[in-house]
Design a protein around this ligand. Structure first.
Ligand code: MF3
Ligand code: CO
Length: 256
């Protein structure tokens, strides 16, 4: 069931979204050569405590029944697409494409956001990959308006990406969000215009294009979580939580 949020609930989601965005921005500023993904997660967990919020991902049950997600932050480098675990061994270096995914639980509601930062020097194609993925998210956000259909959003994300010679990941999608991290509907990054549910006032969704430089296909590594591209080429990821408000998309995962 797709839930419609009241103005009171939307205000709580703004708060969760602000904290998500603030900490994610601070974490992103700390991506430098020699820094480890583990340190970034430690930083995020400390800031969550200071801001009296809880991590959305830590302890999240594995979809196929394996071990729970062990951290607050997902750090996925280069060929890692999503759900990379922030280990001490994951030390950043020049040329890395670092995707950070972060979620917050505050006052009963969730915020969820992701972004990708490149560590210069980067190849032109790597820079294009990051830029295309960010812009695909904003193209999708523009379609999250009352009266449009989910398929319109999915389609614009897919075509924006594919026209630039990249591919969209199909095994993972965005999602409704609210009192649960994952609510209905699923928000795929590919689809057919005019299909799917109609967007209505008060719907809250997380839109999250995952874009590969090469083949769209992915597999999960033996740690049970880390999703990687099958061809070993890099991937990028951007995500915002949005509400349909006054007929338009309002991005919730932003710092005031
Ligand atoms: N943004 C991702 C998602 O919404 C992050 C989930 S990580 C998990 O699916 F550990 F919570 F699964
Ligand atoms: Co998400």
């Amino acid at each position: 069931m797709i839930t419609i949020k009241s103005e009171e609930e939307i205000e709580k989601m703004r708060e969760a979204g602000r904290i998500t965005a603030l900490i994610l921005r601070e974490v992103a500023e700390r991506v430098k050569p020699g820094v480890s993904a583990y340190e970034l997660n430690e930083y995020a967990e400390r800031r969550l405590k200071e801001l009296r919020a809880a991590p959305a991902f830590k302890g999240y049950p594995h979809p196929s029944g394996g071990r729970k997600y062990p951290a607050a932050l997902c750090v996925s480098v280069n060929e890692e697409v999503v759900h990379g675990i922030p280990t001490k061994e994951k030390v950043f270096k020049e040329g890395d494409i670092v995707s950070l995914d972060f979620g917050v639980f505050k006052n009963g509601y969730y915020g969820d956001s992701a972004l990708t930062v490149g560590i210069e020097p980067l190849s032109k194609r790597a820079r294009q990959l990051i830029k295309t993925t960010r812009e695909a998210l904003y193209q999708g956000i523009k379609k999250a308006v009352a009266g449009a259909r989910l398929g319109d959003l999915s389609h614009v994300v897919q075509t924006y990406v594919e026209r630039r010679g990249f591919s969209v990941v199909r095994d993972f999608a965005g999602h409704g969000i609210g009192t649960h991290l994952h609510e209905e509907p699923q928000v795929p990054n590919f689809g057919i215009p005019g299909r799917g549910p109609v967007f209505k006032e008060g719907m809250t969704i997380a839109i999250e294009p995952m874009v590969n430089m090469g083949d769209w296909r992915v597999r999960v590594k033996s740690d049970g979580w880390t999703v990687v591209t099958v061809d070993g080429l890099p991937s990028a990821h951007f995500e915002h939580t949005v509400v349909i408000r006054d007929g338009e998309a309002e991005v919730l995962t932003v710092v005031e």
